[in-house]
Ligand binder design. Structure first.
Ligand SMILES: Cc1ncc(C[n+]2csc(CCOP(=O)(O)OP(=O)(O)O)c2C)c(N)n1
Length: 622
């Protein structure tokens, strides 16, 4: 059977192992080709092809619910659940999402994108099922990286207590994006290499025969040996103690073994954890060799694995990484912290140069923040490098552990604004709104690499909780050339004008500047102000400005509600200034879908065209 004949997962149920293996090969080719064209999460998907086939072979989606943690590894699942034809549109605007999405298919019972939600969600679904007397299976598939988060442990803890019928598949490839870290990761490695396991594996044809509580003949054998086994076999004791029946480790690329395991446990009672071992990037030499590079990748040449992107100017992330190394050379108090995003946040060079001052805490953003707070109590200057969307997890820690105590923790918030193809779970469009109202916090946004470094310096020296917010983009050469000293709480005028003023922050300064240049050719003189500080707002400059210019457009890549534009409006209102017309350009009250950044910026009128249009409308209206 060919892949394109599969309309529903039920079609694979009559296939033999050999046919499933052929299908696996075909799925690999389809995924490699598509990701090489569209970009996406390659290595994680290649690692779960056999698992996905085995799950769909044994369980009956969509009646049975499969929840993919993070969801970045759901491409094989999408292909098997009727989305092969749409697969060429993967991650493109209007096309298939790169993550499971409830409104995309009934086979996606739960949307994911952020890590470590699957166990809690699966437990909730299982509890809801039982309350309503429904009958189906619930399976959460979670990676060893995602398992490092507190949320995953909270789910395990509660599952062991509720004792619901629930299957957790732990997909262990020893990798998060980069090498997995932490005590749990070491524990899982010990399970894999455990001598007792090896011995047992040799002595028994099939380890699954020893699984306790699985019914029938197998169950009887298992029951007898359960007590001895439980305390004899070290693997999985941690999970057993948490109330799970532990099964594994199982070779996650052996479809036959996976099917046997799932068939054995499908009617098991209580929570069951199936521990499978996979290889990240399996079946494509470049992703096997460089799983981290191929975790999430832009378009590449499939024959060579070479990236197709020719980046002429550096990204904000890499400039941040450079600045961190330079500042740490001079100031021994500087510490870098990441929650499993060393590469994404540009911290590789720092990690190499200062391994003893670098912490990858695992996918544990709340812990990263409170850990930083603790370090700062000792007089250190921890910099938490984190994506805007993932910092959402640590809201209370920012307030309670950092700002309330006025601790000098610095947040380097990367991927602020529109991030593009990863879609609504990853857009960084809320940070200004979830941070601006917190007392004691300074919030800055650089327009170029120079300002980014100056702001970092300022934050380190100032000793107050500080945020530096920057986007996923590369810096623009034209902006790089505009460098004036960064002064605390002060804005910078980069183009004088008289008809209208653009108050912009961060990356938006570039588009405001481009729009102002276009408008100038049409005889409209716009003043472009790089606000630099969202908090404290440069009210003095705004006050001066509104005496000269009565029309203002604020521009930000953030939701309008509670954002930077709101801060300007709040100020003008509190100052009793009523003779100024203001338009706030930003994201309305919607979740921004996936698609290229330029397409999304155009749709939300955040590009130079959109700003010109807003200008013309505003000038006409008054
Ligand atoms: C809360 C949160 N923080 C960070 C990320 C970024 N992220 C995506 S996948 C991933 C690693 C996941 O590792 P694992 O669960 O082992 O899956 P694998 O890719 O190895 O299959 C990380 C850190 C995220 N999605 N959510």
């Amino acid at each position: 059977m060919r892949l394109n004949e599969i309309r529903t997962p039920a079609s694979i149920k009559h296939l033999c192992i050999e046919e499933l293996k052929e299908l696996a090969q075909e799925m690999r080719e389809v995924i490699i080709k598509r990701v090489s064209l569209n970009g996406g999460h390659l290595a994680s998907n290649l690692g779960v092809i056999e698992l996905t086939l085995a799950l769909h072979y044994v369980f009956n989606s969509p009646v049975d619910k499969i929840i993919w943690d993070v969801g970045h590894q759901s491409y094989p699942h999408k292909i098997l659940t009727g989305r092969l034809e749409r697969f060429p549109t993967l991650r493109q605007y209007g096309g298939l999402s790169g993550f499971p999405k409830r409104d995309e298919s009934p086979h996606d019972p739960y949307g994911t994108g952020h890590s470590s939600t699957s166990i809690s969600a699966a437990l909730g679904i299982a509890e809801g099922r039982d309350r309503l007397g429904r009958v189906f299976k619930v399976i959460a598939v979670i990676g060893d990286g995602a398992m490092t988060a507190g949320l995953a442990f909270e789910g395990l803890n509660h599952a062991g207590h509720l004792k619901k019928d629930l299957i957790v598949v732990l997909n262990d490839n020893e990798m998060s994006i980069s090498k997995n870290v932490g005590a749990l990761s070491s524990y899982l490695t010990r399970i894999m290499t455990c001598n007792i396991y090896k011995k047992l594996k040799k002595e028994t044809k099939n380890f699954i025969e020893f699984i306790p509580k699985v019914g029938g003949h197998v169950s009887r054998i298992a029951q007898k040996t359960e007590d001895t086994l439980k305390y004899f076999i070290l693997p999985g004791m941690l999970f057993e103690e948490l109330g799970f029946t532990y099964i594994g480790p199982i070779d996650g690329h052996d479809i036959g073994k996976l099917i046997d395991a799932f068939e054995c446990i499908q009617d098991a009672t209580g929570p069951t954890l199936v521990h499978i071992i996979t290889r990240k990037g399996k079946g494509y030499e470049f992703s096997e060799r460089y799983p981290c590079t191929f975790h999430g990748i832009g378009p590449f040449e499939p024959d060579t694995g070479e990236s197709k992107k020719c980046q002429s100017t550096p990204s904000f992330s890499s400039l941040f990484g450079q600045a961190m190394v330079e500042l740490a050379e001079r100031d021994p108090r500087v510490i870098a912290i990441t929650a499993a995003m060393t590469e994404g946040t540009g911290l590789q060079a720092f990690a190499k140069r200062f391994p003893e001052r670098f912490y990858d805490v695992g996918i544990a953003e709340p812990h990263a923040v409170t850990f930083a707070a603790g370090l700062s109590v000792q007089g250190l200057r921890p910099v938490v490098a984190v994506y805007s969307t993932f910092l959402q997890r640590a809201y209370d820690e920012i307030i309670h552990d950092v700002c309330l105590q006025r601790l000098p923790v610095i947040f380097a918030i990367d991927r602020s604004g529109i991030v593009g193809e990863d879609g609504p779970t990853h857009q960084g469009l809320f940070d200004i709104s979830y941070l601006r109202h917190i007392p004691n916090l300074i919030i800055m946004a650089p327009k170029n690499g120079f300002e980014l470094k100056e702001m970092l310096k300022l934050a380190i020296n100032h000793g107050l909780p500080s945020v530096i917010r920057f986007s996923r983009d590369s810096v623009c050469q034209e902006m790089e050339e505009l460098c004036s000293p960064v002064q605390y709480g002060k804005a910078e005028v980069i183009m004088q004008g008289k008809d209208i003023a653009f108050l912009a922050i961060g990356q938006c300064v570039l588009n405001a500047y481009m729009a102002a240049k276009t408008l100038r050719a049409e005889g409209i003189e716009a003043e472009v102000v790089n606000m630099r500080f969202i908090k404290p707002l440069d009210t003095e400059s705004i006050l001066h400005l509104v005496k000269r210019i009565k029309r203002i457009i604020t521009i930000e890549e953030n939701v309008i509600a509670g954002g930077f534009g709101s801060a300007v409006l709040e100020y003008l209102n509190s100052a009793g200034i009523t003779d100024v017309t203001i338009k706030t350009v930003g994201i309305p009250d919607v979740f921004v879908e996936h698609g290229r950044q330029d397409i999304l910026r155009h749709i939300y009128e955040l590009d130079p065209d959109g700003i010109c249009k807003a200008t013309t409308t505003l000038l006409k209206s008054v």
